[in-house]
Design a protein around this ligand. Structure first.
Ligand code: C5P
Length: 215
């Protein structure tokens, strides 16, 4: 299969030295990309700014902002069989990026925020019946309810939800536990394990969905 994966946070600039972002380390998305490659797929990885080495054999495209990630995904999504959106896209960006560093002496700046594009929602109309799209949901409350809502609203085939209120898993950790919800109502629990193991288990499930679509 041709697999497209996104990973990491995005970074939205306030001025030339400051930005807003989130705690995503990129480890989960990189593990998905590496696992997909190991399972014999052709993999492209659109990555936000992370401190990780490129997985061997994977075509890595580096981006910074949500807009850049959207453009990179749009360009590649048409040709892919499976899209896994593991990136933690920043939800808001400053309406204007100051061209010069804001002076501390001027006091705390009043920043006007605007929403960044929702990548999955934007590309949903482009989705072909033969394609499989999987999102991620990082939640602190109402994991299953929130994940099922996003699955429906973003027109996904699957969504992998993880609890980010615990320190032994999720953001920045080397381990994770996933609750995967599928469009047909099924759910799959992947217990606390290395992100590598979680990624392999997730991919097995997504390969099955993709294979069924192509029968
Ligand atoms: O709505 P929420 O951000 O929690 O949804 C998470 C899923 O949506 C993830 O798969 C994430 O990559 C994707 N997403 C997106 N564009 C955004 C925000 C999230 O595609 N602006």
């Amino acid at each position: 299969m041709k697999v497209l994966v996104t990973a990491g946070p995005t970074r939205e600039a306030i001025d030339p030295v400051r930005f807003v972002s989130n705690r995503s380390s990129g480890k989960m998305g990189y593990a998905v990309a590496a696992a997909a490659r190991e399972r014999g797929h052709a993999v492209s990885l659109v990555s936000g700014p992370v401190a990780l080495e490129s997985p061997r054999g994977v075509d890595v495209v580096r981006v910074t902002t949500a807009e850049e990630m959207l453009a990179a995904v749009k360009k590649r999504v048409r040709g892919c069989d499976l899209l896994v959106m593991a990136a933690a896209v920043a939800d808001w960006r400053p309406k204007k990026t100051a061209a010069r560093k804001l002076k501390k002496s001027a006091g705390p700046p009043r920043i006007e925020w605007v929403a960044t594009p929702d990548i999955l929602r934007t590309i949903a109309p482009l989705k072909k019946p033969s394609q499989t799209f999987c999102g991620f949901a990082a939640e602190t409350d109402g994991l299953a309810r929130e994940a099922r809502r996003k699955l429906r609203e973003k027109n996904l085939d699957a969504i992998a939800a993880n609890d980010v209120s615990k320190t032994d898993r999720g953001f920045e950790a080397d381990r994770n536990a996933l609750a995967v919800f599928f469009a047909d109502g099924r759910a799959l629990r992947i217990g606390l394990a290395t992100k590598k193991k979680c990624a392999a288990a997730l991919l097995r499930a997504l390969e099955e969905i993709s294979a069924r679509k192509k029968m």
